[in-house]
Design a protein around this ligand. Structure first.
Ligand code: AMP
Length: 399
């Protein structure tokens, strides 16, 4: 029976696949091809408890990776169960505030928006075109990382630059991680037993990329990532906020090229840059415990900046229902959550240490004390949202 959704998430050097039943959200099989275009490409396939990893014999591109996964699905007689394909697309600009059926016009628009996301949209398009070639007969849907934030008001999304740069060139805050913030907000509403339309939340997606979103009456009203995923919080390798004049100083006084500055801010900064050790939070927690001063400093900065962003978003509300933590760090690091929450006492937020230890490794939970504003830990499920939204749109629009 054709009732499953194939979710495809293409990066520049990797492709993630999940075959999901959108009614139960059960993942039947998932796969990840990494190091595309290199001699060291690998594929991992996970089906229930079975996990296999193998090296690919030659450099693979997006089309080869997708065809390989389709062959795996063929072998398991699962290809014929696919009902539609859902793609994660990073930038939908101001054009898309919800998922859309992919057509030639939509592909042109995703291509046009590549100027705003040069690392991501071209890879997403490659994935769409590869899936068309491999599974051409099936409807395809684009689900955008930016859509959820299209509800932000102008006062939140504009930069204090000449207005014509927004009008003529679309320079504004778009925000990212929208699918994740959307998912945890809806889950939080269930846990709080309130309709999403009445929920006021601040959600913190803390992973390798990090963002905080203010969600008022179920809608995004501000978020920390900007025109690109570089603004806002300190991240694994990205700076987050900094004085823009540092860029002039690096170029004019220290002789950096703009390419070098780009690499510095995106790939060599954040946790990695400060610790001079790693971008990986787990590694840094272990190192800090063993007395590594720069690892400890990097973690302290990470938490201080996250707490400061959360506190700053309190201006969006007169009443707050919950803070929500998600992402690899937000879901698993009791250390980071405790450090952040300890800096939010003025917002009437305090931590329950036992609950904080409990809510890890895939377990949800309210980690605040009974007198505090609730703080929910909620494992995110971006693939599940893409599957559900793809299913709903195709059921409605494809007869
Ligand atoms: P993501 O980008 O959402 O996959 O998150 C990746 C980040 O989550 C990395 O910095 C990991 O070190 C971090 N992470 C995953 N598990 C843990 C854990 N148990 N404790 C601390 N950090 C973790």
């Amino acid at each position: 029976m054709q009732n499953n959704i194939l979710v495809i998430n293409c990066g520049s050097s990797s492709v993630k696949f999940s075959l999901i039943n959108p009614t139960t959200n059960h993942v039947l099989i998932s796969g990840l091809v990494e190091q595309l275009h290199s001699a060291h490409a690998t594929i991992s396939i996970k089906q229930e408890a079975n996990k296999q990893q193998s090296h690919l014999p030659a450099p693979y591109d997006h089309l080869m990776a997708i065809k390989f996964f389709v062959e795996v699905l063929d072998d398991k007689q699962l290809t014929s169960t696919i009902y539609a394909i859902g793609h994660r697309v990073v930038h939908g600009g101001e054009t898309y505030n919800k998922p859309v059926l992919i057509s030639i016009a939509v592909k042109h628009e995703i291509h046009r928006l590549s100027t705003l996301a040069p690392l991501h949209n071209p890879a997403n398009l490659l994935g769409i075109e590869a899936a068309e070639k491999a599974l051409g007969q099936l409807p395809q849907v684009a689900v955008f990382d930016t859509s959820f934030h299209q509800s932000m008001p102008k006062k939140a999304f504009l930069y204090a630059l000449p207005y014509e740069l927004y009008k003529n060139h679309g320079i504004r805050k778009y925000g990212f991680h929208g699918t994740s913030h959307y998912y945890v907000a809806h889950k939080a509403a269930q846990y709080l037993n309130k309709p999403i339309e009445t929920c006021n939340l601040i959600s913190a997606h803390l992973g390798n990329g990090c963002s905080v979103t203010a969600i008022k009456n179920g809608k995004s009203v501000d978020t920390s990532l900007g025109l690109t995923p570089l603004e806002g919080l300190m991240m694994g390798t990205r700076t987050g906020n900094l004085d823009p004049s540092i860029i002039f100083h690096l170029v004019d006084q220290l002789g950096y090229t703009l390419d070098q500055v780009n690499t510095l801010l995106n790939k060599e900064s954040g946790l990695k840059g400060i610790s001079m050790l790693s971008n990986d939070c787990r590694t840094l927690e272990e190192a800090a415990e063993q007395g590594h001063d720069l690892a400890k400093l990097a973690l302290d900065m990470f938490c201080y900046r996250a707490a400061k962003m959360i506190a700053s978003f309190s201006v969006c509300f007169s009443q707050l229902d919950s803070i929500v933590f998600t992402g690899g760090i937000g879901e698993n690091s009791s250390f980071i959550r405790e450090n952040i929450i300890e800096q939010l006492t003025l917002l009437n937020i305090s931590i329950n240490n036992n609950a904080n230890i409990e809510a890890r490794f895939g377990k949800s939970g309210n980690i605040a004390t009974s007198t505090s504003i609730p703080c929910w830990v909620i494992p995110t499920d971006e693939e599940g949202v893409i599957a559900t939204q793809t299913h709903q749109l195709v059921a409605k629009e494809v007869k």
